[in-house]
Design a binder for this molecule. Structure first.
Ligand code: C2O
Ligand code: CU
Length: 534
């Protein structure tokens, strides 16, 4: 196995990712950052220099379970102190499974400023994958705002709340075109001129993928969006999903490999508002004029507010190669029923789970729990359930919640069921929340409409061929059930991957076997009560 060393300077730079100049948080001057390539079993070492001057940072390796290295998870407030301006921090971890992963900032809302990238882990030489292809490409999707992280974060914490609003642009591999310059809605005849306009405005043309006719391409698609759920389609071509997916809808935080015969991408947005933008990349066959407009009509995809299509897609996922996945344990040792509500708490709009909105403590949980620091977080455990018999999910919560840094403590090795229950927000609308679990994969057992009833719905769980994921959609006014084994000593965040939502407290924390965690590196300490530790 190899060791891959990377040295990253994290700094603000002026960028024109969507043809509008704006400060972005960059890695060695780039946003998105470089794609990390490794082979299963390799070690990745990333030395991060925080050159942001006035902003902390921390980087999370999304989908990597960090077995034996929970301190490298990069979750500021959970597994480490923030990396301060001027400081250096080294992440070192093993990539134990092949797959398509990504990384992103996990401090405040910093991810929206562009600190992200892909992490590709290949199967070892000689190990056959259950599919074949000639070449592969990575496709990283982002949504992009012209407001700074600070304006967005302060707006969310303000009374009244100023929501971040719809993104100005969508980016494919860090490139997009702001709506006033946007081509994808231009009539077919004007496409060529439109495509050339951004170039003359001194900004990059749409990303170009060249393909050789007859070859098979594997696409590794990662959605690093902060808010938007995207459709991904290739005009005039069909995709054969790998592993899991039939069609492709990617919520924030979801990434899975799809192989494809050939490609050209366009992304109609959906899920939040009608009036949203789309993004486009160009597929050109080798030998053709790469600036020629696409000859085929644009795929329309489901309407922006078509929830049924989304739910159906979630439900249609099935394991393609059952012998390649772990069998699901037949029953849980513990089940948590987690109601997602939007609450007014202390004059602020928050998201809460069973009435508790998560606030990160000054001392990272991993340090305070492993070292037994009393009073560093709220010791009273959060509620395991809510009053599902009488609760009305068609109305905003009747009671206010609390803000706390409470933790669910799980028995090491136990089987845990999590049932996420959606409801309406204060505006009486219900939206999709992509929930992501750190440190584990889970089996997706069921999606349901309306209110989950343990007696009736547990019988509907798919224990035969459930897919394993680390991010799952909680659909509007519905519920989602997942199961995982708490077998990874450490402290792990479980949260909505919408950047604004986790910032408003839409998260819970799990601890398991923290006493089995090895000696903590001194480098994760230095804040809160960990400042004075030997
Ligand atoms: Cu990609 Cu805690 O998230
Ligand atoms: Cu959410």
């Amino acid at each position: 196995a190899k060791v891959h060393h990377h040295t990253w300077d994290i700094a603000y730079h002026y960028k024109s990712l969507d043809c509008v100049e704006k400060l972005a948080v960059t890695i060695n001057g780039e946003s998105p950052g470089p794609t990390i390539h490794a082979t299963q079993g390799d070690t990745i070492v990333v030395t991060v220099h925080n050159k942001l001057e006035t902003e902390n940072t921390g980087i999370h390796w999304h989908g990597i379970r960090q077995i034996g290295s929970p301190w490298a998870d990069g979750t500021v407030g959970v597994t480490q102190c923030p990396i301060l301006p001027g400081d250096t921090f080294t992440y070192r971890f093993v990539v134990d499974r092949p797959g398509t992963y990504f990384y992103h900032a996990h401090y405040g809302m910093q991810r929206v400023a562009g600190l992200d990238g892909m992490l590709v882990v290949s199967a070892p030489d000689g190990v056959a994958e259950p599919f074949t292809y000639d070449e592969e490409r990575t496709i990283l999707l982002m949504d992009w705002w012209h407001k700074s992280v600070y304006e967005q974060a302060v707006g969310l914490a303000s009374d009244p709340l100023k929501f971040v609003g719809e993104p100005q642009s969508l980016l494919i591999n860090g490139r997009g075109v702001f709506e006033p310059f946007h081509c994808s809605r231009a009539p077919q005849r004007q496409q060529r001129r439109c495509l050339q306009r951004p170039r003359s405005a001194g900004c990059a043309p749409p990303p170009l993928f060249t393909a050789v006719p007859g070859k098979t391409y594997r696409l590794r698609v990662g959605s690093l969006t902060s808010l938007s759920a995207l459709n991904f389609a290739i005009e005039g071509h069909s995709m054969t999903p790998l592993h899991l997916l039939r069609r492709v809808l990617l919520g924030p935080g979801q990434g899975r490999p799809e192989p494809v015969p050939e490609l050209l991408g366009r992304l109609p947005r959906r899920g939040r508002e009608r009036n949203t933008t789309s993004a486009m990349a160009i597929l050109s066959y080798a030998g053709n004029d790469p600036r020629a407009p696409p000859p085929t009509p644009r795929p329309e995809g489901p309407a922006w507010d078509d929830v049924t299509a989304r739910v159906e897609q979630s439900r249609s996922l099935a394991v393609a190669h059952p012998d390649h996945v772990l069998p699901v344990p037949p029953r849980p040792d513990r089940a948590l029923l987690l109601l997602n509500t939007q609450n007014r708490i202390g004059g602020h709009t928050k998201w809460a789970i069973n009435g508790v909105s998560l606030a990160f403590p000054a001392t990272p949980y991993l340090v305070s729990m492993k070292r037994g620091l009393q009073g560093a977080y709220d010791a009273r455990p959060p509620p395991e359930t809510y009053d599902f018999r009488s609760y009305d999910i068609e109305r905003p919560p009747p009671a206010n919640g609390t803000v706390a840094s409470a933790v669910y403590r799980l028995a090491l090795g136990s089987v845990v069921d999590l049932v996420l229950q959606n409801t309406v927000a204060l505006n009486k609308k219900s939206e999709t929340h992509p929930w992501h679990l750190h440190g584990h994969d889970f089996w997706v057992l069921a999606y349901g409409d309306g209110k989950f009833d343990p007696e009736r719905d547990t019988a509907r769980f798919n224990l035969r061929d459930p897919v394993m994921k680390n991010t799952v959609a909680l659909h509007p006014k519905g519920w989602t059930a997942v199961r995982f084994v708490a077998d990874n000593p450490g402290v792990w965040l479980f949260h909505c991957h919408i950047e604004a939502h986790v910032y408003m407290g839409m998260a819970v924390v799990f601890e398991e076997g923290v006493d089995k965690v090895g000696r903590l590196p001194k480098s994760i300490m230095g804040c809160g009560r960990s400042r004075t530790l030997p």
